[in-house]
Design a protein around this ligand. Structure first.
Ligand code: PGA
Length: 265
């Protein structure tokens, strides 16, 4: 069976409303001919842009994500955004536990778990981001860290909701300007460990959970990452923030993977 690929970008705290909507329109336009049977595309812009972003795209061509969410529907939580508010503005997925949320804002695994459960119960896809720090890698405990993040983050997830769980593996040391991309072998090893843990948690159905690699993805490492057997897609930051560049990267990845799988490489 042909593999479905996932390509997405978190726009972090960049792009205002005008920039976000013109980026989205251009990206959807450029990628319009790529069958959505073969690929799922998603963009995660900042909160204030969501309503305008939602009305400017066809969600069957590009899903729209939120960068964070409070688990409660309402309450005395100044500065937070609730699932009902995200539903109202047409959000399809919620990113939970991005490295910057965990390491800059101090979010914990139990907090990520509460967000995952709430996102699922409100009908969103939940994109749970996991990844070890450089220090944890140096201690040789990357697998243990990933297993902990998965086991707590996905605690009590009902198997009926599994088709709305996505995982992004983003080693903390690989993200952003100072980051070094993971080698494809290392990324594959970690993705294999993630898949194994998901299978322990959910049995055979875990094979359908998309696992994306993120962290300094660029046109130079796209090919070697996308051909790894346990990598289902790429979660791209800086290299995706111009629509033309992201379009080229997506096409490059799909082409490489198809060529590789047909045995021509
Ligand atoms: P980067 O960001 O590709 O710019 O390293 C990745 C991310 O933070 O998701």
């Amino acid at each position: 069976m042909k593999k479905r690929f996932y390509f997405g970008s978190n726009l972090k705290m960049y792009k205002n409303i005008k920039e976000t909507t013109s980026y989205l329109k251009e990206l959807v336009d450029l990628t319009g001919d790529i069958s959505r049977e073969d690929m799922t595309l998603f963009i995660i812009p900042s909160f204030p842009t969501l309503a305008s972003a939602s009305s400017c795209i066809d969600h069957s061509l590009c899903l729209l994500g939120a960068q964070n969410m409070h688990p409660a529907e309402q309450g005395q939580f100044t500065g937070e955004v609730s699932p009902l508010m995200l539903q109202e503005v047409g959000t399809d997925l919620v990113m939970i536990g991005h490295s910057e949320r965990r390491h800059v804002f101090g979010e914990t695994d139990p907090e990520e778990n509460a967000k995952v459960l709430s996102a699922l119960s409100h009908g969103f896809r939940a994109l749970l981001c996991i990844g070890e720090t450089a220090e944890e890698k140096a201690y040789g405990i990357s697998r243990e860290v990933l297993r902990t993040q998965l086991k707590i983050g996905l605690h009590n997830v009902n198997t009926k909701d599994l088709d709305r769980i996505w995982i992004a593996y983003e080693p903390v040391w690989s993200i952003g300007e100072q980051g070094t991309p993971a080698s494809p072998d290392y990324a594959q090893e970690m993705h294999r460990a993630i898949r194994k843990c998901l299978t322990e948690l959910f049995g055979d159905r875990a094979k359908d959970i998309p696992c994306l690699y993120g962290g300094s993805v660029n046109p130079q490492n796209t090919d070697s990452l996308i051909i790894q057997p346990d990598i289902d897609g790429l979660f791209v930051g800086r290299a995706a923030w111009e629509a033309q560049k992201f379009n080229s990267l997506i096409r490059q990845a799909i082409h490489t993977s198809e060529t590789f799988n047909s045995g021509r490489v």
